[in-house]
Write a new protein. Structure first.
Length: 275
């Protein structure tokens, strides 16, 4: 087989994966950092100072999800910036005797336009069922806060080919609560088996799964323009461009690589370069 035939096969394979080839237009991506239970006040201020000194490309929307105690720093330092910030979780209740909880109204007071709901660690460590997650998403929307709905499957569910049913059940619960407001959610697909492990699904697996999620959302009646599906799970500067090139990937929810300003800025830059 000569060189031109090989190139044709490679191009065809990339197109089947949804990888853009030869396009000059730059897609808009969301690049979000979930800090989890990390960072100090000093580290938070240093990170934001470094990030603010960097020009954010026009095709990138940056989001940061710090621990609750540092939301006031975000409000103070990012008020006039093109950098959004949000909470890692939100209470399903409006107010009352719920020790340790933080309501959507309180997040609104802190200027949060977005919050995570249904992260795998909330589901597995703290018992957030699909129904609880749905109530949290609804509570957020009632205060004009965008829920970033995290969904994902375990390695056992992936290997057992049950992941589509798992993902759909997680989505269905929220759709039942939100109805035609489902399109106001951002979706973050995070295979549980890839979070913090360094194990990355293949581009074929990412494309296949994001396409499935897209089809489910379209089945709910969500318009194509409103669908945003982020990928999360051991994203770093070494793989972000490859993953960004896969169709139906609209951004990233980043863990460890989002704790250092240098690596986060590198990911932003690399994602912005993908056509």
């Amino acid at each position: 087989m000569d060189k031109i035939d090989i190139e044709m096969l490679v191009r065809r394979h990339l197109q089947e994966l949804g990888v853009g080839v030869g396009s000059s237009e730059k897609k808009e991506y969301i690049v979000a950092a979930n800090w989890k239970m990390n960072m100090t006040e000093k580290e938070t201020r240093k990170f934001l100072t470094e990030l603010k000194s960097t020009e954010i490309p026009e095709n990138i929307r940056v989001m940061i999800f710090p621990p609750y105690p540092y939301l006031y720093i975000m409000k103070e330092m990012l008020r006039y910036e093109r950098i959004a910030y949000g909470a890692q979780d939100v209470a399903k209740e409006e107010q009352g005797a719920y020790t340790g909880e933080v309501s959507a109204g309180m997040l609104g007071d802190m200027g949060c336009p977005v919050t995570l709901v249904g992260h795998s660690e909330r589901r597995s460590y703290y018992g957030d069922t699909p129904e609880i997650t749905a109530k949290k998403a609804k509570a957020a929307l009632e205060h004009q806060i965008t829920p970033m709905l995290c969904i994902g499957e375990t390695l056992e569910e992936r290997e057992g080919r049950r992941y589509e049913g798992v993902l759909k059940s997680q989505l269905d619960a929220v759709y039942e609560a939100l109805g035609n407001r489902m399109g106001e959610c951002l979706i973050a697909y995070e295979p549980v088996w890839a979070i913090g492990t360094g194990v990355i699904p293949s581009l074929e697996q990412i494309h296949e799964t994001h396409r499935y999620i897209y089809q489910v959302l379209r089945g709910y009646g969500v318009s194509e323009e409103d669908i945003r599906i982020l990928y999360g799970g051991s994203v770093n500067a070494g793989n972000v461009k490859d993953i960004a090139s896969v169709k139906y990937v609209d951004g990233f929810l980043i863990g460890g690589a989002g704790l250092k300003a240098d690596s986060f800025k590198t990911i932003i830059r690399l994602a912005s370069e993908v056509s």
